[in-house]
Design a protein around this ligand. Sequence first.
Ligand code: HEM
Length: 540
Amino acid sequence: MNTENTVSAHKEPPKMPGAWPLLGHMLEFGKNPFAYMTKLRNSLGEIGEFRMFHQKMVLLTGPEANEAFFRAPDAQLDQSQAYKIMTPIFGKGVVFDAPPHKKDQQLKMLMPVLRDKPMRGYAQVIVQEVEQMIADWGETGEIDLLEFMKELTIYTSSHCLLGDEFRYELNEEFAKIYHDLEKGVNPLAFVFPYLPLPVFRRRDKARARLQALVTGIIAKRAQKAEKSEDAFQMLIDAQYDDGSRLTPHEITGMLIGTIFAGHHTTAGTAAWTLLELARRPEYMHAVLAELDAQFGVDGEVTFQALREIPLLENVIKEVLRLHPPLIFLIRKVMQDFHFKDYTVKAGKYVCASPRVSHRIAEVFPEPEKFDPDRYSDTRQEDAKPFSWIAFGGGKHKCSGNAFAMLQLKAIFSILLRRYTFELIDAADNYQDDFTQMVVQPVSPCRVRYLKRVAIEESAGESLRNDSQETAHAGPGFRIIIDRELCQGHATCMAEAPELFKVDAAGNLTVLQENPPLDLLAKARQAEKYCPSKAIKIDLN
Ligand code: HEM
């Protein structure tokens, strides 16, 4: 396998049968791209061709094929074509629309913005935004988790990247601009990017207004003695190899492009992380124990501490394996591309699919199982290069991956220590929405939150009351389950893992027949928060 010309690579990739005239495989692919790509891999293997309308697409899956895809030079596999739809938003001549030497330099300028040094400052900003979002949540309530995460991550990323002026002085105006830009992402833009449609007009007006605001802030900042420490400032100070600076048009495009790249991807991952934990009380409990040990009840969430929460990190990795927000990545073949015995001719498109590659049983045994322990030192199932590719790979690997992980870890370090969460609908109702370009959970995605401090306080209260009851209650208590009512929500297991176990089929087992009284407070919490009211505590 390689990306250079070789004499042995001569076969055309095998083709999927069943193409319709004009449409090709579009109908089946459009209905559920993941199901279609899985079918292609199951029938043709690691390389196979299908058609979207007249366009020939070749799907590559598995670590070796991914390696060929990600290591190919830009001159051979061109990424820009796939992002053409974004040119009116990011701007002409910005990143994917820039000539190759300029694009490389612009992407390079983004690197330090999203890594090491400014991260410490970002950690504080993210923590502050999470605290603010939940400040008026109260004891308990219901939210649409995806909407919550989308709002939160637009605040965190705009605050970290655009800085204080946009977050505090221009917050409402920025929300409107962002809304109009988002609405302007339309597949029509592939073919007619500047058609005089109202959505495109609003998009262009919003882009122009954003640039005017950026230009104004650059001028204002130039007057100040003290320098800001956000991504915006780093781009103002950045230089091309020839010493020239980015123009306000380029800075605007790079900032909005970075926010777009990180917004729905991070929001969807955050929502899935909480959903997967809420479905699995044993992991929720273990993550909570890790966070409590690291930060204590009121400990400060610092950048350094966020680096040392391996279980939460593995949980997020497993979420990204099962629910990568970008399920296929596309390149246009500019020069014939070779993989093993096959040649993909120039003019076709090649795609890699994180979602399909992540569910190959030879790479990730029992691929459908949520198992964060896969990444432990002893197992390292992701050790094979290009097997875990949620952030892509090679030269164009996500430059925001460290920032995304920082955001996710900071969000949960606050949220989970303040509140517990439970699903409102049946667990199977929470699915991926494949109709979106960035795959996220289907909306509405309803969860209930309950304040942890209240739980702990009332647990303390219970304990105090219990000690009074002990005198005439005997040395233990009994847990009575009404099996007719129990629906296997597993909330009890999150509250008292010593007392309850719920298996994957929703069957509840009570682990101790006559538990000691020091577990009574926890049992009472389980009784209190059981959504089906199936638990009764009987004092001896
Ligand atoms: C969980 C969150 C995220 C996921 C799963 C994700 C995934 C990806 C993937 C798969 C690519 C490669 C695309 C390709 O090869 O065509 C990519 C590229 C990129 N991502 Fe992310 N991303 C996330 C968050 C972010 C964030 C937070 C930012 C910035 C704040 C960001 C900025 C970028 C940029 C600038 C690129 C282009 C890199 C290049 O082409 O050199 N991403 N991302």
